[in-house]
Design a protein around this ligand. Structure first.
Ligand SMILES: [Zn+2]
Length: 386
């Protein structure tokens, strides 16, 4: 039988980072051209590739990719996203955000750090294992819309056959952590409460003031606001900071002082942690809104991520990254969604979050090269026979 010989392939992580930055993929635009490019590359690297396509918003094509090298279930999943936050020259960029530039040991461009550089590092590490016999499969998971409440990740856990096969294994969110091993981050929930009244000239007394309807509800919310910052029941010392704000936003859209406000909106965001009864707070909020005749919409954006520091997976990752102790971070990742199916997750990637979402975003080339080595060691330990 004739079979095509599959040799390991050498990719240049810095060149590949530049190539990926060149695809203009703010979350508001389609990522289909980049997904097509990645699919071609993954196929060359010997992966079986599954596409999870959808539209968001309507008419804008989005594609997530789940790819497997080797057979079977479990193994190792290296997870990235292909969308970036928007960038415009008018924001003060000194370089074209989508024309990468290399200088002073750095690559500049939108997504260099969050997270086309980290994605390029996973591809470069995977290329070394083309044609190698793996005892456990290697998965690459590349979502769209991570920056839009992880919508792509939601599609992946609901629809991907390959992700279902990966779920019992070890997962890495390759977001920038300065190559520290992060074993926990908080979840996210968002609540919007709306009071409705009737607009009128204030002199006529014909209006119904929406803010007056909102105020008793706000008094209830202030009690929750104080509670979550002071009660030990809402603390988890494994996280930094150990409590989360019941963050309140207000808007009544009122543009003139002689108009009775017809609509008043309170937005609430909260970052749940394990062991904290966030659902109890949601129920209390829903009851208060109902009591005061207000509309209430709850969006559970995602769950907290927590893999015990002494678990075999965290310990293995610490050795691969040459670190002593795992960390926590305050920001969320696609892990908020993946954790519903894939419990053994951590965050580990090159670059620093302080460089993400900035004007003149950059990543150090040395950090990219180190990431390739760390990911290669993870593949070696999880996927390659001893
Ligand atoms: Zn990111």
């Amino acid at each position: 039988m004739l079979t095509a010989r599959r040799e390991p392939m050498e990719l240049d992580v810095i060149g590949l980072t530049e190539e990926l930055i060149g695809f203009r993929t703010p979350s508001q635009a389609s990522n289909a051209p980049l997904a097509g490019h990645l699919q071609h590359l993954l196929t060359q690297l010997g992966f079986t590739v599954e596409e999870v396509a959808y539209e968001y918003p309507a008419g804008v094509a989005k594609v997530c990719l789940v790819a497997r090298l080797g057979d079977g279930e479990g193994g190792l999943s290296l997870c990235s996203h292909s969308d970036v936050v928007p960038a415009a020259a008018a924001d003060g960029w000194t370089v074209d955000p989508f024309c990468p530039r290399r200088a002073d040991g750095r690559v500049y461009g939108r997504g260099a750090c969050d997270m086309k550089g980290p994605l390029a590092a996973t591809l470069t590490a995977a290329a070394r294992y083309r044609g190698r016999r793996l005892q456990a499969p290697l998965f690459l998971v590349i979502t769209a819309d991570e920056e839009l409440q992880a919508r792509g990740a939601r599609q992946v856990i609901e629809r991907s056959r390959l992700f279902a096969a990966a779920a019992s294994g070890y997962g890495v969110l390759c977001e920038p952590t300065g190559l520290q091993v992060v074993h926990a981050h908080k979840g996210a929930l968002a609540i919007t409460v709306t009071a409705r009244g009737r607009a009128a000239h204030t002199s006529t007394l014909r209006g119904v003031n929406a803010n007056a309807r909102m105020i008793p509800f706000l008094a209830d919310m202030k009690r929750i606001y104080d509670l979550v910052l002071t009660s030990p029941r809402y603390r988890n010392e494994a996280y930094t900071p150990p409590c989360s704000e019941w963050s309140l936003g207000l808007c009544d859209h009122n543009i003139a002082t002689n108009m009775t406000p017809a609509r008043s909106v309170c937005t609430i965001s909260y970052r749940p942690m394990p062991g904290v009864d966030a659902e109890g707070l949601v129920r209390r909020t829903e009851r208060s809104a109902a009591r005061h005749g207000l509309e209430c919409e709850v969006v559970r954006v995602g769950d907290p991520l927590y893999t015990p520091p002494d678990s075999p997976w965290v310990q293995l990752a610490l050795r691969a990254a040459g670190r002593r102790r795992p960390q926590t971070v305050p920001y969320g990742t696609d892990g908020m969604i993946f954790v519903q199916r894939m419990p053994q997750l951590l965050v580990l990637g090159p670059g620093h979050i302080a460089q993400a979402h900035t004007v003149d975003e950059w990543i150090a080339t040395r950090e990219l090269e180190r990431a390739v080595e760390v990911y290669s060691r993870l593949i070696e330990r999880v996927c390659v026979p001893a």
